[in-house]
Structure formats: structure tokens, C-alpha cells
Design a protein around this ligand. Structure first.
Ligand code: URA
Length: 221
């Protein structure tokens, strides 16, 4: 099943490689579809490829990527254990922000990646990724525990973008503290899902004594 998912993710990556839906295709060197296990529990979503990402066709391989890897190490993870993607799959020239129509044209790729991977936790990195799941939210107010939201069997966690932290080093401890929420949030989600499943399950065997008594009474009536 997971190798089937990997094949489908690869098919999306091939579609991205041929995409001409927005002007970014004209200036890209490589598309950057994202990378990681097809059954990753954690999906990290950045904004868009920078210069190095565009050159290599891989997400977060420049200075932001180095910092992201350090953050992952803080929670005992390597980058190949999570899926790393972006809101737009082609580099905006000069590292400008992606335009709303570019984001809109690219959105279905990320949506399909999420649908396939079914991560337990989605962490947003940066404003555009944040606003996909938290419309209108501001990272300085929403990052970390204050912004956490659950929808069904998934948790969303707004994180600072590593590039922001590289420019604002005083926020680095807060960024690491936010990152450290990830394992706790996944554990709590799993507990809640188990509790909710138990609440909906049929009564356990010990209750059958009463059920048996009831049916016996029915027979007696
Ligand atoms: N910044 C992003 O948002 N994404 C990358 O892939 C690299 C830097």
C-alpha cells in the first residue's frame, strides 16, 4: 500500500515537472515537488523553493534547510523521516513572495499530496503555508501552542519559517520550543483518537452479564 502511495506521489511529481499553469514555470530551473516517505506522520510545508532548491530540485537544501534539520534533530528526527513540501513548487524569481494566482494554480498538487500521505500532523512554515490552513492568521500571534488546531484525525501546528529565524535570532528559542510540541501533539492525538474509538465501540465483554440478564428477563416476560 505504501509503495502504491509512493508511485502515486511520483506521478504527482511528474505532473509538477511538466506544469505550465502559472508564470513561474518560465523562470524555474527545476520543479521542487517535495520529498519524504509516502506514509510520513509529519508533513512540513514551506513557502516555495529558493535559489538552491531551484538548482537541485529539492526542498529546504539551503540555509533554511540546515536550520530545519537542526530543529528536527531536537526532536530526534532526520529529514528523511518527514515529508517536506512547499505551497508553490517553482521558485518565485528573486525569492519574492508567491502571488495569489500562483498559489491558487499550484494548490491542487499540495492538496493531493496531503490526501495521499494522510499525515497525522501538518506543520506550516511561513505565512503562505500558515494562511492555507489558518486564513488571515499572523505567525507572531499564532505560532506554537496558541495556534494548534485539530481537524478530524489530524493536528495543525503553525511554526516560524527558518528563514525568519535566521533574520531574527532572538526568536530562535521560541521556534525550538514550538518544534518540541510535535511529538507531544502526535501522542495526545493518538490518545484522543483511541479514547473516541473506545467511546463508540460496543460495550466490553463484562457488560454482557447485564445484557444476558436483560435477554433472560425478556424471555421470562
Ligand atoms: N524556503 C521554503 O519555503 N521552501 C524551501 O523549499 C526552501 C526555502
Amino acid at each position: 500500500m505504501s509503495s502504491n502511495k509512493a508511485t502515486q506521489l511520483q506521478a504527482i511529481a511528474s505532473e509538477i515537472a511538466h506544469c505550465t499553469a502559472c508564470p513561474l514555470h518560465r523562470t524555474r530551473t527545476n520543479t521542487v515537488p517535495g520529498e519524504g516517505p509516502a506514509d510520513a506522520e509529519i508533513l512540513l510545508i514551506g513557502e516555495g523553493p529558493g535559489q538552491r532548491e531551484d538548482a537541485l530540485g529539492r526542498p529546504f537544501v539551503g540555509p533554511s534547510g540546515d536550520l530545519l534539520e537542526q530543529w528536527l534533530a531536537e526532536i530526534g528526527l532526520r529529514r528523511d523521516q518527514v515529508f517536506i513540501g512547499n505551497v508553490v513548487k517553482c521558485r518565485p524569481p528573486g525569492n519574492r513572495d508567491p502571488e495569489p494566482d500562483e498559489i491558487a494554480a499550484c494548490a491542487h498538487f499540495l492538496d493531493r499530496q496531503i490526501e495521499l500521505i494522510q499525515p497525522k500532523l501538518i506543520a506550516t512554515l511561513g505565512r503562505h503555508s500558515l494562511n492555507k490552513f489558518f486564513p488571515g492568521a499572523r505567525i507572531t500571534k499564532t505560532h506554537g501552542i496558541r495556534g494548534v488546531k485539530r481537524a478530524g484525525s489530524r493536528v495543525y501546528l503553525p511554526l516560524f519559517h527558518p528563514a525568519y529565524i535566521l533574520r531574527n535570532l532572538s526568536a530562535a528559542p521560541a521556534a525550538v520550543a514550538d518544534m518540541k510540541l510535535i511529538p507531544r501533539l502526535i501522542k495526545r492525538l493518538e490518545q484522543r483518537l483511541a479514547e473516541e474509538a473506545a467511546e463508540q465501540a460496543p460495550p466490553p465483554a463484562t457488560a454482557s452479564v447485564d445484557a444476558e440478564a436483560d435477554s433472560h428477563q425478556l424471555k421470562l416476560l
